[in-house]
Design a protein around this ligand. Structure first.
Ligand SMILES: [Zn+2]
Length: 119
């Protein structure tokens, strides 16, 4: 099965003027663009900002730019997403069975990931 692809243009925020081709079925009301920066919290309590790479087991939070789908397309028939706000996404606060901190990101406006919210 082939997905119909759509061209999306972002306005404002870190992704300003970015054009991306994504499957049309993924065009939800809001899209999140993850910042390449993330923070890590070390055992001594200090916080470090890291640019890029894979988040390790010390990761603490990262930011996403939230974009909202606009009703009208532009003159090239691209979908338009406009920047709404930047939000910090913290790490899930739950502890796993091994007594280590859950590695997943918390859901938007929550302290826990989807798995740990259900409990
Ligand atoms: Zn979790």
């Amino acid at each position: 099965m082939t997905n119909k692809m759509a061209t999306v243009r972002f306005i404002g925020g870190n992704c300003h003027a970015l054009i991306q081709v994504i499957p049309e079925e993924d065009l939800t009301q809001f899209l999140q663009a993850q910042s390449t920066y993330w923070t890590k919290l070390l055992a001594d309590g200090s916080t470090h900002i890291v640019d890029g790479g894979r988040k390790d087991s010390f990761w603490h939070s990262y930011n996403v730019d939230i974009y909202e789908k606009q009703l009208l397309r532009d003159s090239s028939n691209n979908f338009i997403y406009e920047y709404v706000r930047t939000q910090e996404i913290p790490r899930c606060s739950a502890l796993t069975k091994k007594k280590t901190r859950c590695l997943h990101a918390a859901k938007l406006d929550e302290n826990y990931c989807l798995k740990h919210m259900e409990k």
